[in-house]
Design a protein around this ligand. Structure first.
Ligand code: DX5
Ligand code: ZN
Length: 223
């Protein structure tokens, strides 16, 4: 089943609770929470206190994207703050296997992400150890960027790798394939067609009519 995971980085933080409720009521399956440390990426966003306050107010699946150096230092705190899934970056971990193991040992789902300039091939050793693979379609650090077309080939390569490792390219028991950055109603069908099943959208959801944007995405994802 395809999921929509709206990124709150693009939300109005003066009306965050109301806007989260809106995407939830429309049926978004998850909420994407972009944590940036100003080191791994050139921006700083938000962290555990904001996540904990959101956790108190919503039962949504909290899809936490850690764009931080050495994320193993903070897994326990993000779990305690309410994360349901924690995605770390391959490029940010001294020991990727140890880090994804920490996440799963903490009782939440583990995700592994690669930047646009990192080859899909680096993911192979981890495919059976994670619940989600995040293919970045922009250089992480900012919302509102343009989708990088090379993502389509990376998605197809990942699905081929699934076939080699799992014996099939698709299946509910396989790690989700999430894509994040520059996704709009105009290109989301192509992103799904290339192999994604979990869509992150920030600007395209939270800028303008949130209710209409969310429903339009969900209609395409249900197709
Ligand atoms: C970028 C973040 C993305 C971003 C998506 O580093 O990981 O989740 O917020 O925003 P849009 O959909 O506006 O490109
Ligand atoms: Zn993200």
């Amino acid at each position: 089943m395809n999921w929509l995971s709206p990124s709150i980085l693009a939300a109005d933080f003066n009306r965050l609770g109301e806007q989260i409720q809106c995407v939830r009521d429309c049926g978004a399956q998850a909420l994407h929470f972009d944590v940036m440390d100003g080191l791994f990426v050139p921006s700083i966003s938000f962290g555990m206190p904001v996540l904990a306050s959101i956790r108190k107010e919503t039962d949504m699946f909290l899809d936490v994207h850690l764009m931080i150096r050495e994320p193993s230092r903070y897994i326990a705190e993000f779990v305690k703050s309410g994360a349901d899934l924690i995605t770390v970056h391959y490029e940010a971990c001294t020991d990727v296997m140890q880090t994804v193991g920490l996440i799963r040992d903490a009782g939440v789902k583990a995700g592994l992400s690669i930047r646009p300039d990192t080859p899909v091939s680096v993911l192979r050793p981890f495919l059976t150890k994670v619940d989600l693979i995040l293919i970045m379609s922009v250089n992480p650090g900012f919302g509102g960027q343009t989708f990088m077309e090379g993502t389509y080939d990376k998605l197809r390569e990942l699905r081929n790798m699934y076939s080699e490792v799992f014996g099939k390219a698709y299946g509910d028991e396989l790690p989700r394939v999430e894509v994040d950055g520059g996704i709009y109603l105009s290109n989301v069908a192509d992103v799904l067609g290339a192999g994604a099943d979990t869509i992150v959208a920030g600007s395209a959801v939270f800028h303008g009519d949130i209710d209409a944007n969310t429903k339009a995405f969900l209609e395409i994802l249900a197709g």
